[in-house]
Design a protein around this ligand. Sequence first.
Ligand code: GLN
Ligand code: ZN
Length: 812
Amino acid sequence: MSTSATPASAVPTPAPAFTGGTVLGYPRIGRRRELKRAVEACWAGRTTTDELEATARDLRLATVSRLVELGLDATDGSVPGSFSFYDQVLDVVATLGAVPARFAPLTDDAGRLDLAGYFTVARGAGEDAPLEMTKWFDTNYHYLVPEIGPDTPISFVDDRLVREFVEAREAGVVTRPVVVGPVTFLALSKAADGAPEGFRPLDRLDDVVAAYADLLRALATAGAPWVQLDEPALVTDSVDASFDELSAAVRSAYDVLGSQLRVGAAAASDARPALLVAAPFGDLRGAGIDGGPARDGLALLAGTDVEAVAVDLVKGGLPTGPVPGLATKTLVAGVIDGHNIWRADLAAKLDVVDSLAGLGAAALAVGTSTSLLHVPHDVEDEVFGGPETPGTVLDPRLRDWLAFADQKVVEVATLAQGLAEGREAVGDALAASSAAVASRATAEGVVVPAVRERAAALTAGDFARGPYAERAAAQAERLNLPPLPTTTIGSFPQTPEIRRARAQWTKGELADADYTAAMREEVARVVKLQEDLGIDVLVHGEPERNDMVQYFAEHLDGFAVTANGWVQSYGSRCVRPPILWGDVSRPAPITVEWSAYTASLTDKPVKGMLTGPVTILAWSFVRDDQPLGDTANQVGLALRDEIADLEAAGIGIVQVDEPALRELLPLRRADQGAYLDWSVGSFRLATSGVVPATQIHTHLCYSEFGEVIGAIDGLDADVTSVEAARSRMEIVPELHDAGYARGIGPGVYDIHSPRVPSTEEVTELLQLAVKSIDPRVVWVNPDCGLKTRRYDETVPSLENLVAAAKAARATL
Ligand code: GLN
Ligand code: ZN
């Protein structure tokens, strides 16, 4: 590597880039989920890794030619090379050979994982836990968290990206390889087990950057004109590094990658492709934290010697005056929303692009705000029709309102043409897009006066219950529960029989009445099992629910569900988020019959089970034409009606799950307060219409509360169940210290593993819990729902849970 620093002034003004527009990434799972099927077949041993490689190659080539067909330039690096077998962060781990020590035996002499080893790091093997998984910025995508220590091997060992570039070029498309940037890679990593106190992954920046430099040299040698490095760590306040630290890391990394290596350098050892640094998911500029100085990630990136910067203009904004440093760069204006499914008003988007002229960039290009990974492939894969059309169908009006990945590529290409040739050149397309957006605004169901009037009439009283002490007394008298009452989080195992019945019913092969009868039988079985186990508060087991959000979306007005709108959630897992397009209301009770039927089978108290407004929003594509808080209140009101009906049917306990409360937390600290206000408000709106004797539970799927701990108290639920088994009840003292003094059900059975916890283990966890909190408020329950478990694991686990609770009661 050349060590002589090249002064920034030596960087020539680049030729305009991506003049036909670009997208920051594209779904990789396949329009028919081909990659999911192929990967899972390989995992199951039905195919070899060679066969999987061949399928993946076909898929990649189909993807790049599709992108060209949709309008991206095939020759200049506008087509992203954004494939991954599992996860883009894991891909960096593989590229750098940065494999945790426990998986070192899987690597070859060069430190490289083969494809089987790559999957093992993702999924674990025996005692060797996989990399931890966590949420990717404000999306529902989950990445694998690298573990970096002082001794983790780090060098450029795997040239898969180079091979994929060559593969596409040989097929006639010059792609732009997309890689998570070095700073973001380390900012998202955690310190490996055994790393010395005070060690942080960012301490390894020089090694990581040296490896990236080798990767860039290899790509330049292969002829790649561009590489995209994603640095979204710059748009969030939630990584474990201050802005000063991130800035120093960016300067140092891009001094090596941007300044020391050069485009077109004579010596291959000094050459690199042009660099596009992308900052998706938020605003590069943020207010200071706790009175600190404002953060300006745009000025920071503009000050580096990269050739292009991509900014998210859906979530973020830009200054109006010139930004020093941009004069030598292409600014990729991310005006098309990569994270939602609405068709854009293209004329308005061109206005935004035009407004950027004052920034003084060398050139402007049109792009998406984020990778299109977060939206489904193609609106044309949906079936549009009316109630008589079989299968899952969408209201035909939606066809014109939606833009999935393929439609967004066309939007980008259209805007780029408008930018290059003038608006007249794309006049028809602009007019059509404006008309579609206008038709949505005035369409029946988008604004429903009755829903609006009800929301407008809400007062503070609609968001508040009476004092907890009164509620607790009334509930104790009504429910008459033993101390340390036992319950579950709601779902029981979704058996193959249940899944089969639902699949048949969806296809029209099983009549409504037969399906309902089968599910009622299942409920009866689950009630009997809970009675036999001696559980105190019973549930119906949720057999009738395909998914905790989709089920409600299917029963509420204002939502649509797709047939093919799959989005990768993690690895081979895909979800099909509902589309919340109109004002939300509840045409009829949803769960009441199920809960009432359950209650008719037992003398024990039965807990009704609902999904909360924030989680319903978080796991749907939401409308973009009003504040999220307004939408949340509409869902809150629909749930409030459902709870009133449950109450009227004699159900004394209702649980409203909010596992996504923390997920939607804004990336910038300054925005979090407003979010917590409306999110907590919508939950309270849903739950505060009940009499004091009705007990409201909530459930959150995690144990690290951090920034949301105050909000959990704010929900004002009578009982809160949380994940706690793996963290050994850590959350209990934390909640107590934060002032939370109502019922708490810290999970004592880790349902994420097939292991059956012994009675002694559960007892030990219970003893830990009651050490820091009054035993009278403690509930005994698993960490989460049991739907992904099997009965042969669930039954003995619950037996031990009940035995431990009974034994603990005796010692109180
Ligand atoms: N009630 C739901 C269940 O038990 C809760 C699921 C969740 O928290 N994600 O399945
Ligand atoms: Zn959960």
